[in-house]
Design a binder for this molecule. Structure first.
Ligand code: ATP
Length: 408
């Protein structure tokens, strides 16, 4: 810890341990921060577990350190933010699962209970912060040995039944860290993968989002397909080489935020009906659901973009009803260069074409407000895209020509 943590953060942890000791209670650093500390990987999220009243400790710690804290006494939690660092302080708890997939029943407990409710041995270690034993590892599930052997191991045989989100979490850590599922863990994961059906749409979607936010989500999806886990989410989903190649392309182009694009690529080959079932299963709502629906509709429109003598304004007319995100996904997914180049033309050029004249200018030139004015602006924009006009004077000349000829 001395080597890996900034000195002022270490001082903060020592102070927290001293205050806990003065309350005759014990304090621990737990979970991902301990795992990453032992692996030498950076981690900015710290979870502290207190055997006792965490919000009370947090208030005293805030007073002594001058740090700001937000406490939630009802949940026994508190949060400090120090620049990029976030520090959560919670009361140790023991959990039991009333039924598979349901949220657990929670009671205050000791650190051993708190570690026993966790997902994998490598996430179930604690570092004691009490002054006499500051820095000592508490590792009742042999997480350190699993870190050395690069294994993801559940803590008990019912783990995936109690909470099947752990199935997706296991694959996420396995691929992120370059580890392997321990043999029995893999056997139980295969055996219990259908328990994913017990998990709510929101929780599944959250885990899928976490997967898509990883450095190499394609690896996790490939592994999920290999183990039959992806098919549990929807039988038509594939984590194959096609997907991996597209994901790598998104990565190279540094498209941000990448996770909605990854999700649309994962769902690209689905029919409208299949997409609706995934949207319902993952409870996808709002702009993201709209974008996915647009993508599938646009996919059906793509052949019209392959017509050889399609004008620039013709491309614009076909695509303007779609969001740039839906078009970007189709451009990344489409295998035909002729179509792809027209999607790119829209994204990089056509959608930015602007007229010099606006509605006010047309009114001043004598066009009455109303639908005809709107049609003229549209036709003028298309004329500009097709290079029939380029300067303001040419736009005005075309409008005068339309007025005189009562055209449009
Ligand atoms: P990451 O680097 O992915 O954020 P993390 O270990 O900090 O890793 P969190 O999702 O923030 O992961 O969870 C914090 C800790 O809570 C985990 O280390 C794990 O001990 C525990 N945990 C999280 N989700 C579960 C779960 N579904 N079942 C059991 N324990 C869990």
């Amino acid at each position: 810890m001395e080597r890996d943590f900034p000195r002022d953060f270490l001082a903060f942890l020592r102070l927290a341990g001293e205050i806990a000791q003065a309350q005759e209670q014990s304090l621990y650093l737990v979970g991902g921060a301990v795992r990453d500390l032992l692996l030498g990987r950076p981690n900015l999220d710290f979870d502290l577990v207190m055997e006792g009243d965490a919000p009370r400790l947090a208030r005293q710690l805030a007073k002594a350190s001058g740090e700001k804290v937000i406490t939630h006494p009802r949940f026994g939690t508190a949060k400090f933010s120090r620049g990029e660092l976030s520090i959560d302080l919670v009361t140790a708890r023991s959990e039991s699962y009333p039924s598979a997939g349901a949220l657990p029943e929670v009671k205050p407990g000791i650190i051993r209970d708190d570690l026993a409710r966790r997902d994998f041995s490598i996430n179930a270690m604690a570092v004691n912060l009490d002054p006499p034993s500051f820095g000592q590892l508490f590792d009742p599930h042999e997480g350190r040995s699993d870190l050395k052997q690069k294994l993801i191991r559940i803590l008990h045989p019912r783990s995936f039944i109690d909470d099947a989100t752990r199935i997706l979490r296991a694959l996420r850590y396995e691929q992120r860290l370059g580890f392997k599922l321990e043999e029995n863990t893999e056997k139980l994961l295969r055996q219990h993968k259908s328990m994913l059906n017990t998990i709510s749409g929101d929780r599944i979607r959250h885990e899928v989002e976490l997967i898509l936010e990883e450095e190499k989500p394609e690896r996790i999806l490939h592994r999920a397909e290999e183990l039959g886990v992806l098919q549990e989410l929807h039988p038509s989903l594939k984590g194959n080489g096609w997907l991996a190649e597209r994901f790598r392309h998104v990565h190279q182009l540094a498209i941000l935020p990448s996770s909605p694009i990854y999700l649309s690529l994962l769902l690209y080959h689905l029919t409208e009906e299949e997409l609706e079932s995934v949207i319902a299963r993952l409870n996808i709502v709002g702009g993201l659901a709209r974008m996915l629906r647009q993508m599938v509709r646009l996919k059906a429109d793509l052949p019209a973009l392959a017509v050889a003598d399609l004008s620039r304004s013709g491309v614009y007319r076909l695509l303007r009803q779609y969001t740039p995100e839906a078009i970007t996904t189709c451009a990344l997914a489409c295998d035909l260069p002729a179509i792809r180049s027209r999607l790119d033309l829209y994204l990089t050029d056509l959608r930015y074409v602007k007229l010099s004249l606006d509605g006010e200018d047309l009114k001043e030139m004598g066009v009455a407000p109303g639908p005809r004015l709107g049609r003229m602006l549209k036709a003028l924009l298309e004329a500009k895209m097709d290079s029939r006009v380029s300067t303001r004077e040419e736009e005005e000349a075309l409008v005068r020509h339309w007025i005189a000829g009562r055209e449009i």
